[in-house]
Design a protein around this ligand. Structure first.
Ligand code: GAL
Length: 384
């Protein structure tokens, strides 16, 4: 018991983005099957998380109870099934009196609920922020559930979800949470992805081992398919290029990687994006150092690089073009601590072609198509 959990950002799948309230045992089991069959599990995804709308609208004898129509055999049976696949089981509750969907929250029931989840063999709890009484201090409510989970007799990952409110970065580590949502809810459109990234550039130093930034569940592969009209949005989702860039950003910014599409119906392109082992390796680097940002001097709004030091001396370098036409990124190595006078350059390995593209000195200049990105591992080499 009490093994340190989530050294690196957790990876998994969550019901909310695509299914919202429309969840049941069959959906969970068939998604667990697909997690294994498609190779997602082998790529590192392990948590199957049931989000809001799983319980009855009222407690029974003070306890949360699953909706029998959605989960006729109860939650322990779901846990057993998920565990039999070598995966882990996540559930959802809320720090307020009710969940956002109007189901009972854990406010003033934190310790009994942690005990209930442990009794169902739950491995992960997402903990939301709706209907928080004004008189209650949010940080204190997360401390309560953090303490309850750490003492419930089972290792349960604590996934805080207060949308980045109330200066969460300054207190979240103290609650024992392994990850924390730092933004409002994502939508399946390019504007939403851009807004989340813009709000998170510069906060990287607060994310680190055992307590990771969570930029919300991925919309990769949704293509506008969601039972939740607000998430689906009217524009029909993103292009595969935009999903590729979205995934690269979440990876290099050290976010949790929680898939939000219907993994039973993924296209080849979606699966390729989600299982890119070189991109995942950057996200899962053991030191969990957040990236810093270098903006293109003559196009700073649209074009920038994120640079993340990796264990062992390499750098992960992502170059991104948020603009609506092809744009140039010219990364001056001076800006990342490598002056020309050092007699050293960077050998660049492309994470999409999975091959080395060459050694560069002083700078690397690339043309990035609209909404696209480049992702490299850069290795320091002598050049003279
Ligand atoms: C929101 C949360 C979403 C989802 C939803 C469920 O507050 O940010 O990720 O969990 O509640 O109602």
């Amino acid at each position: 018991m009490n093994t340190p959990l989530c050294h690196t950002p957790p990876m998994g799948w969550n019901t909310w983005n695509t299914f919202s309230w429309n969840i049941n045992a069959e959906l969970i089991k068939s998604s667990a099957d697909k997690m294994v069959e498609t190779g997602l599990k082998d790529a590192g995804y392990e948590y199957i998380v049931i989000d809001d709308c799983w319980s009855l609208k009222e407690r029974v004898n003070g306890r949360l109870v699953p909706d029998k129509e959605k989960f006729p055999d109860g939650m322990k049976a779901i846990a057993d099934y998920i565990h039999s696949k070598g995966l882990k089981f996540g559930m959802y509750s809320c720090a307020g009196t009710h969940t956002c969907g109007g189901y009972p929250g854990s406010f003033e029931h934190e310790f009994i609920d942690a005990e209930t989840f442990a009794g169902w063999d739950v491995d992960y709890l997402k903990y939301d922020y709706c209907y928080k009484p004004d008189c209650a201090d949010g940080a204190n409510l997360y401390k309560r559930m953090g303490l309850a989970l750490r003492n419930c007799g089972r290792d349960i990952v604590f996934s805080a979800c207060n949308w980045g409110k109330d200066d969460v970065h300054s207190w979240i580590r103290g609650t024992g949470a392994q990850l924390f949502r730092s933004t409002g809810d994502i939508q399946d459109n390019w504007e939403s992805i851009k807004n989340i990234v813009s709000s998170q550039i510069g906060t990287s130093s607060t994310s680190g081992v055992y307590c990771h930034n969570d930029m919300d569940m991925l919309v990769v592969g949704m293509h506008g398919n969601s039972d939740n009209e607000w998430i689906a949005d009217v524009v029909g989702g993103c292009s595969d290029t935009e999903y590729k860039t979205h995934f690269a950003l979440w990876a290099i910014m050290n976010s949790a990687l929680m898939i939000g599409c219907d993994i039973r119906k993924m296209s080849d392109a979606t699966l390729e994006i989600l299982t890119n082992k070189d991109i995942i390796a950057i996200n899962q680097d053991i030191e969990c150092r957040g990236p810093y940002c270098i903006r293109q001097w003559n196009n700073p709004e649209n074009v920038f690089a994120l640079v993340k030091p990796l264990s062992g001396g390499e750098l992960a370098i992502g170059m991104f073009n948020f603009g609506d036409k092809t744009n140039e990124m010219s990364l001056q190595f001076f800006d990342i601590g490598l002056p020309y006078s050092s007699g050293r350059g960077l050998e660049m390995y492309d994470c999409y072609t999975h091959s080395t593209v060459g050694t560069f000195t002083e700078r690397m200049c690339v043309q990035i198509p609209s909404h696209d990105c480049m992702m490299y591992r850069a290795k320091l080499v002598r050049t003279n």
